[in-house]
Design a protein. Structure first.
Length: 321
């Protein structure tokens, strides 16, 4: 064996010893991967199963979905799992919102998870009952400013995505609109359509048919750019609330200290799966726009949202239920 070849082998061997994750990533995955997510039939469950099916076909290993009760349990399971890439959290922004609302989640979102990718977002629509004399978001803001506290909005439980989306709108628009809390989406939507409440910031897929039928009036979509999930609606940013953005964000995380090479492989394969036309179409049918980001973009989003929503929660005095 030549001295040059021996030197190369020694360098490679030393690199493997110093970076065990590099060695493992060469053959990863060698066994099934587990996606930990929320309850069966939830948005997280549906998305996890779509990605799991596509990944299984692409990587030659089974990707199984492990459903856990919604709340802090999925995050706790993954935070305590071995950092080897075989246990992945498929969850929404709740994973970092819950620690802002309560102190006993059992994990720290920034410390205990390694971001893999943003999967997609399900945008919100700012909608009002047709009896409200407004046809644009600017008109709604003007009316709310003229009658502080007189208007009301419907939302689900304290700290939910739509509750925080509405409070963020109030804060950024500088308006005082009274919250009416509901325990389930069906009653909330029934009361909004019936005119018992005047507005809501609701998931686009839940209000689309009612906007189309004229039972509700859509004023703006909450994505940074217009979306086919809310056709014809301008963005809130373009309608008088610059920088306003909200929606149900789906993401993937591994336990902290998972080797970067394995994170990169998970990201690469997941992004490839998400960009498959059939997968994109199925997500869109379910009300989700695909994002497929880098781990670094996911990490930046987490930090930004924790700072932004942490400030909102503190200023609005919101506490977890």
């Amino acid at each position: 064996m030549s001295s040059i070849r021996l030197s190369v082998l020694l360098i490679l061997a030393t690199s493997m010893l110093l970076n065990p994750g590099l060695a493992g990533s060469q053959t990863f995955p060698e066994k099934p991967i587990r996606f930990v997510t929320t309850g069966v039939a939830s948005g997280g469950d549906a998305g996890a199963r779509l990605v799991a099916q596509a990944l299984t076909a692409n990587i030659g290993q089974q990707v199984v979905v492990d459903n856990r009760p919604s709340g802090v349990i999925p995050g706790q399971v993954v935070a305590k799992a071995a950092p080897d890439g075989y246990t992945v959290l498929f969850y929404g922004a709740s994973v970092w919102i819950m620690p802002l609302l309560q102190s006993d989640t059992g994990y720290d979102a920034l410390r205990d998870f390694a971001p893999i990718t943003k999967v997609g977002t399900s945008p919100n629509v700012i909608a009002v009952h047709p009896s409200l004399p407004v046809k644009t978001l600017q008109e709604l803001i003007a009316l709310a400013k003229a009658k502080p506290g007189a208007l009301n909005y419907a939302s689900l439980g304290t700290g939910t995505a739509t509750h925080l989306a509405a409070e963020l709108f109030k804060s950024m628009a500088g308006v005082n609109i009274t919250r009416v809390a509901y325990k389930n989406g069906a009653t909330q939507m029934s009361d909004l359509i019936g005119g018992h409440v005047q507005m809501a910031v609701s998931n686009a897929s839940s209000v689309a048919q009612h906007v189309k039928s004229g039972r509700l009036r859509g004023l703006a979509v909450t994505t940074a750019q217009p979306t086919a999930l809310a056709p014809g609606l301008p963005t809130a940013t373009a309608s008088g609330v610059p920088g306003y953005e909200s929606g149900a964000l789906y993401c993937m995380f591994a336990p902290a200290k998972t080797p970067p090479a394995i994170i990169a492989r998970l990201n690469q394969e997941t992004v490839r799966a998400l960009r498959q036309p059939d997968v994109k179409e199925q997500f869109f049918t379910g009300g989700v726009d695909i994002i497929a980001s880098t781990p670094e973009e996911m990490a930046a989003t987490m930090k930004y949202e924790i700072a932004r929503l942490g400030k909102l929660i503190k200023e609005a005095g919101i506490r977890g239920e």
